[in-house]
Design a protein around this ligand. Structure first.
Ligand code: FAD
Ligand code: SF4
Ligand code: SF4
Length: 409
């Protein structure tokens, strides 16, 4: 079967960027100004398309979904309203996890298998700088080893699309791109102009990202020994799990975070982002719609299933589940966050224990997280960019936000 995304690429008669288009100088003010997520498009000649491609200058979820999946999400279907267009959702983990991966390493394994099977010539992924574990270095990996060495999150803004600059003349005709929502929105918008025959998109859900400086503030205000953190994740048990270089694990309850300090830590791009579940990817691999310890997989279209087929025999899978009721917790969280309350640690741990036992799980946890972030971000946009509210907040996010009482803008 002709994959949907491919059909969209080959039919569009869009010209390649003008030969004279040049990447913007690093350090200059980028077109999205304070909202720029440093997605990397402007660090390539594809900056020529920035006005119609940047996720922060023009939102176009419907067009992107239609181009990539053949239709936009069904707003009357609650699962699609929240998680986007999909043909299948499941929980999974690799039977033999990849050591050092963020979760079990499904993403890296797909990258490896895509190269080994000859499905693609290269994988766009994010390595780390030699001097700093958390400084992202995007790359076009050509070997399984290069993909594996890019495993684990670099939880900072990453200029993934800067590597588009390396495509012309590289011989790469079939590409698997791994990335977060804002990167994929820009990539989809320029897809038809890329010198590629095939593009597969493996998305990660993403929220609350930070600059490298912001990450330092977060670590210093949250964890006992910031310099030794090698891995962390906000997990479904309502705790942040930190792993240190000596193998020690430290957990901090969400409700014990230093909200007054952390309110300004997230990048403005991420405080105005509504693409948590990566609407334009063919396949999305995260964790938040799965029960603790498992990964959450959303297949959006046949091309996404093709990617999953590469590893499905290596997975232990289970149907998605959902339990609990998030709504009261979301409403209380909106008010507590707005007042920037910091709870004493004993109380935070107690609330954490109660919520973990009785609170939302599986897909309901995913909805809890989406509701909490969309309401916070809608309020942030109203307060900081009132002129953008109309055009920037997509219809699906408006519907979700309208279910809650928000404080005065
Ligand atoms: P691995 O096999 O370890 O591979 C990780 C992949 O991430 C690598 O291929 C690498 O190229 C890529 N990567 C690393 N850093 C970046 C970056 N900064 N930008 C783009 N790509 C990168 N999932 C949720 O369910 N909810 C969330 O809120 C959530 N937030 C996230 C925030 C960030 C910044 C990132 C990068 C990921 C987030 N995820 C989230 C996804 C989740 O943490 C895991 O990355 C995902 O489940 C894949 O796990 P894995 O073990 O299969 O990945
Ligand atoms: Fe350019 Fe990306 Fe920044 Fe938009 S978000 S201004 S496309 S680098
Ligand atoms: Fe991009 Fe949104 Fe993730 Fe920020 S939260 S890095 S804007 S996808």
């Amino acid at each position: 079967m002709q994959p949907i995304g491919c059909a969209a690429v080959t039919r569009l008669p869009v010209p390649a960027p003008h030969e004279k288009a040049r990447p913007l100088a690093k350090g200059s003010v980028y077109p999205a100004k304070d909202l720029c997520s440093q997605c990397g498009l402007c660090d390539s000649r594809w900056v020529a398309y920035v006005k119609t491609s940047c996720a922060f200058l023009e939102q176009r979820f419907e067009a992107m979904e239609s181009g990539a999946h053949g239709r936009s999400r069904d707003l009357d279907n609650d699962d699609e309203l929240y998680f986007g267009v999909h043909q299948r959702m499941l929980m999974a983990r690799l039977r033999q996890p990849i050591e050092g991966a963020q979760w079990t390493g499904i993403v890296s394994r797909i990258g490896v298998r895509a190269l080994e099977s000859g499905l693609v010539d290269a994988v766009l992924c994010v390595g780390q700088s030699d001097s700093d574990r958390f400084t992202p270095v995007p790359r076009l990996a050509r070997t399984p080893e290069e993909v594996l060495s890019a495993r684990v999150n670099k939880p900072t803004l990453s200029p993934n699309l800067e590597v588009l600059e390396q495509l012309p003349g590289s011989g790469i005709k079939r590409l698997l791109a791994i990335g977060v929502g804002c990167q994929i929105q820009a990539l989809r918008a320029v897809q038809a102009t890329l010198p590629l025959e095939e593009l597969y998109v493996l998305g990660l859900p993403c929220v609350d990202n930070v600059s490298r400086k912001g990450l330092q503030t977060f670590l210093e205000s949250t964890v006992s020994s910031p310099a030794t953190v090698v891995h962390y994740e906000f997990m479904q048990d309502f705790r942040v799990h930190f792993r240190h270089s000596d193998g020690r694990t430290e957990t901090v309850p969400f409700f014990g975070l230093d909200t007054p300090k952390l309110k300004d830590v997230f990048a403005p791009s991420c405080l105005s982002c509504f693409d948590y579940t990566n609407a334009g990817a063919d396949l999305v691999v995260g964790y938040m719609g799965a029960t603790f310890g498992r990964q959450w997989v959303t297949v959006r279209n046949p091309r996404g299933q093709q990617l999953l087929d590469l590893v499905e025999p290596e997975l232990e899978t289970a149907p998605v589940t959902s339990s609990g009721d998030r709504r009261a917790a979301v409403q209380q969280g909106i008010e507590a966050y707005d007042k920037a309350l910091k709870l004493p640690l004993w109380l935070a741990r107690l609330i954490g224990l109660v919520v973990e036992r009785l609170g939302p799980k599986g897909l309901e946890y995913g909805r809890f997280s989406i509701d909490s972030h969309f309401t916070r971000n809608a309020l942030w946009v109203r307060r900081h960019h009132p002129e953008k509210v109309e055009a920037h907040i997509p219809a699906f996010a408006r519907t979700i936000v309208s279910r809650y009482r928000l404080p005065e803008a």
